[in-house]
Design a binder for this molecule. Structure first.
Ligand SMILES: [Zn+2]
Ligand SMILES: [Zn+2]
Length: 143
């Protein structure tokens, strides 16, 4: 896969590998998940501290967004692709499903009011994914 690595950073092999994983990811990943993926991909042993260091460098360059999910103290990282994505989180399997559209788009939130300038927003939706919903309706209760 051909990736254009952003300028302003020295692209070591490790940084490239991590960037590529973030690039291909369809949902935000924690440092531990990235750590596992990068080792699997590169067939090499990385130090977890290396992953954190690279992520910090990415963050500094504004290449990634770092977010903690409600009720969790783990940070997840995703590539900063310019726009923004909201996710629906399944309460059962904790799968995160990206929403195609911003539910707030019609509200024109990124606007200026007299007292406040809104530059961004964040929402999380909770519920059950398709697979878990079936379980919930068939036995009527959570196991
Ligand atoms: Zn689910
Ligand atoms: Zn939005």
């Amino acid at each position: 896969m051909e990736i254009n690595y952003p300028k302003g950073m020295k692209w070591t092999k490790q940084r490239k590998a991590l960037y590529q994983i973030l690039y291909e990811a369809t949902e935000p990943l924690s440092a531990l998940q990235l750590y596992a993926l990068v080792q699997q991909k590169e067939q090499e042993n990385y130090a977890l501290s290396t992953i954190y260091r690279i992520l910090a460098a990415f963050e500094e360059q504004n290449l990634v967004n770092k977010n903690a999910w409600m009720g969790e103290d783990t940070y997840c990282y995703e590539l900063n692709r310019g726009g923004h994505t909201h996710y629906a989180v399944c309460l059962d399997c904790h799968k995160r499903i990206p929403l195609e559209h911003c539910p707030f788009a019609h509200l024109h939130l990124e606007e200026e009011t007299e007292d406040f300038t809104i530059t961004s927003h964040k929402i999380e939706l909770y519920g059950y994914c398709k697979a878990c919903k079936v379980q919930h309706t068939s036995d009527g209760k959570t196991p």
